[in-house]
Design a protein around this ligand. Structure first.
Ligand code: ADP
Ligand code: MG
Length: 678
């Protein structure tokens, strides 16, 4: 058996269990072994009954004082009871319906009981404890993430048996000299001890080894995908046309926009291709910066591509860019999932022969068969919505095109450096003039009607509004919830108004027409899910109501809120929430106090929940299973150096001894198709 063995071939795993395991992302033995415990039960720390804490599960060693009694309380429910003592206090044990556990207990013998202790006036009690013989082994037991039908126990047993029959020669992807240098456990030992730690010291070493390897794979992958920093520029921008471009605009650039444009045009006149990140809060005017760069590139006879994460946004960009650039005879095309096959063919042909100078689109742009004559600049908008691999794929289309990524989600500098390597950063830190602060209020649902009336009042004044539906819980259907919510509003409170609905599961064509109607002002009120989060720009939209606001991340609320306050109208955002817990209240309070996206992102960082590894999913990186890029910053630094060393010796990991390493890197990124990692 090795890491690639399908789990369906394991003893005890049938079709049904395989399906449940698939829910946890487990398909192969390797996935199973990398389903790390969520936490551990410490059976090595034994409490006396009178000193054990009452609020969490504990281990107690006690002697059974009397024979287990059996009580049939109703059909199908048998309760077993007994009394145990640790020599200082008595404890009553109650077991429900588990004959097997009850039979195990013999009078006069000592056992370990694991469970939550409670205490009423007369006695201590433990319900449904787990029971073990005290064999003297200190045991630390794994607790796994669970899914219905699969208990942590079952997973532990399965993993234990796999670890036993795993091919001992399983290749450790880390080279031996690295293990030695950093005192790392070999893979087999690390896996054994992450699941069934011998003691806490070994657990720590196992964790360290696995964090080390995960961060190393991550950085190797990122380096392999880059590798372009040293190449020659494929699109040398000789002449700066920014001045010319400015005359096309109905407004004056902000100082920050001028600076950011200058930083990028300077890059593009260098010997190596540009790799630059533009960070700017929502509404800071990133689109115009992109337009200026595209104009420069096209005027220097290269093609440009702009990739947006959603169809709606791509369409909006298409409109904006057409307005600005088509007057100058620049040919622009829109390529998305809903472009007809016939159109697509035409566009592809014209991209290949250079007739189209700018293509705007969604990830349809990165399809294999889209080729360019001389792609000079690739821009991705709202980059955090893309995977690194997607971005890299577009960058591979030209001969070393310049790469420019734009983001409204600030990334701590260390992390940006790491995600983008030697990526340079421009910061758009000035809002266009005349912007009003978005007044934000957090209210309970008792004020919901008032909030909706407030919306009405503004619709009557000719303005527009968004209402963001509650975020659905996992397992609920976004579509069903959105539809129902929409029905309620459009037939009830807002029956006299034209209301539109926008959600992620709609056909692109329908999304498009709803959005168009909203932009035109035919639809006055847009009920939407978070699909409006990115980039959409409607100047007359001045009010936003967000339901169940506590369910959203702060940065996400900030992005959503960024849809209003884009014109010169006074804008208001109302966060509705009945959350009682102090933390939620405090977070919403922050939204009412500041409009500063960077500050909000920092708050978000402080409050990320367990397992919500900052910087991975949010920034298009593969999901990390054990490492935490902020907490493990030291290891991150070390592995960065080691990744560089490894690649110095074997730049594309082609040598025999790098084989396992490369496979591991590919597995982490899930990238079979990426040429850089082939
Ligand atoms: P974001 O950074 O969120 O992508 P946009 O590029 O969509 O922001 O710009 C937001 C709005 O600000 C747009 O309507 C745009 O036309 C306008 N805008 C951008 N730059 C300026 C400027 N210098 N002066 C006035 N309005 C501007
Ligand atoms: Mg934008």
């Amino acid at each position: 058996m090795n890491f690639n063995t399908d789990i369906r071939y394991l003893k005890g795993v049938g079709e049904k269990r395989a399906l449940l395991l698939a829910k946890l992302g487990v398909g192969k033995v390797g996935d199973l072994l990398r389903l790390y415990p969520r936490l551990y039960e410490d059976w090595s720390k034994i409490f006396t009954i009178d000193q054990a804490p009452l609020d969490r599960p504990v281990c107690i060693k006690a002697k059974v004082l009397k024979a287990v009694s059996e009580h049939r309380v109703r059909p199908g429910m048998v309760i077993y009871k007994t009394e145990v003592s640790d020599g200082r206090s008595l404890m009553q044990i109650t077991i429900f319906n588990n004959k097997y556990a009850a039979q195990k207990l013999a009078v006069g013998k000592e056992y370990l009981f694991w469970g939550k202790l409670s205490h009423n006036l007369i006695l201590y009690e433990m319900n449904s404890p787990e029971i073990e013989n005290p064999d003297g082994n200190n045991i630390i037991r794994p607790v796994y993430p669970q899914t219905a039908g699969l208990t942590s126990r079952m997973l532990a047993n399965l993993i234990k048996s796999v670890l036993k029959s795993l091919d001992k020669k399983t290749l450790d992807p880390l080279p031996p000299q690295l293990l030695e240098k950093h005192n790392l456990l070999p893979l087999n030992d690390a896996l054994l001890n992450i699941h069934f730690p011998k003691d806490f010291a070994m657990l720590e070493r196992a964790r360290h080894r696995l964090i080390f390897e995960e961060l190393l794979f991550l950085q190797l992958g990122l380096y392999l995908m880059k590798g372009r920093d040293k190449t020659a520029s494929g699109a040398f921008i000789e002449k700066d046309y920014t001045h010319d471009f400015v005359s096309l605009l109905p407004f004056k650039l902000t100082g920050a926009q001028e600076r950011c444009i200058a930083e990028a045009t300077k890059d593009m006149a260098k010997a190596h291709p540009m790799s630059r990140l533009l960070q700017g809060d929502v509404g800071s005017g990133k689109t115009v910066v992109a337009a200026a760069l595209i104009y420069n590139v096209v005027k220097n006879s290269f093609q440009a591509a702009l990739m947006a994460p959603t169809e709606i946004l791509a369409q909006q960009h298409y409109k904006t860019f057409s307005q600005i650039l088509e007057a100058k005879g620049i040919k622009i095309a829109l390529l998305t999932g809903s472009t007809t096959a016939k159109e697509k063919k035409l566009i592809k042909d014209s991209l290949a022969d250079g007739q189209i100078q700018l293509v705007i689109g969604t990830h349809a742009l990165i399809q294999r068969d889209v080729a360019f004559l001389n792609l000079g600049l690739v821009i991705t908008d709202e980059q955090h919505r893309f995977g690194v691999n997607q971005r890299a794929l577009l960058g591979e289309k030209g001969v070393n095109p310049h790469i420019y990524v734009m983001s409204a989600t600030p990334i701590p500098r260390t992390l940006a450096l790491f995600i983008y390597g030697d990526l340079d950063i421009s910061i758009l830190d000035e809002l266009p003039p005349g912007r009003q602060k978005i007044e934000t209020y957090a209210v309970g649902s008792d004020l919901r009607e008032r909030a909706l009336n407030y919306v009405k009042k503004h619709l009557d004044k000719g303005l527009q509004a968004y209402i963001v539906c509650p975020l659905v819980e996992e397992g609920e259907s976004e579509m069903a919830a959105a539809n129902q919510y929409f029905q309620e509003l459009s037939q009830g409170f807002f029956a006299d108004y034209s209301v539109g609905l926008l959600h992620g599961k709609m056909k692109a064509k329908d999304k498009d027409s709803v959005m168009k109607n909203f932009v035109d002002g035919q639809v006055r009120l847009l009920v939407s899910t978070t699909v409006v989060e990115v980039g959409v720009d409607v100047a007359r939209a001045a009010i936003m109501v967000i339901e169940n606001a506590e369910r959203f991340g702060l940065s996400q609320l900030h992005q959503l809120r960024g849809r209003i306050g884009r014109g010169s109208h006074k804008s208001t955002c109302i966060l509705i929430s009945d959350a009682q817990n102090e933390e939620s209240k405090r977070r919403l309070e922050i939204m009412t106090q500041t409009n500063d996206g960077f500050l909000i992102a920092e708050e978000d960082l402080k409050n990320r929940g367990p397992g919500d590894f900052f910087g991975s999913r949010q920034h298009g990186l593969p999901e990390l299973k054990i490492a935490d890029m902020l907490k493990d910053a030291d290891i991150l630094k070390t592995t960065r150096l080691e990744a560089e060393n490894l690649l110095k010796a074997d730049p594309e990991l082609l040598q025999e001894q790098s084989k396992a390493l490369k496979t591991a890197v590919k597995d982490l990124f899930g990238l079979k198709a990426m040429s850089a990692l082939n």
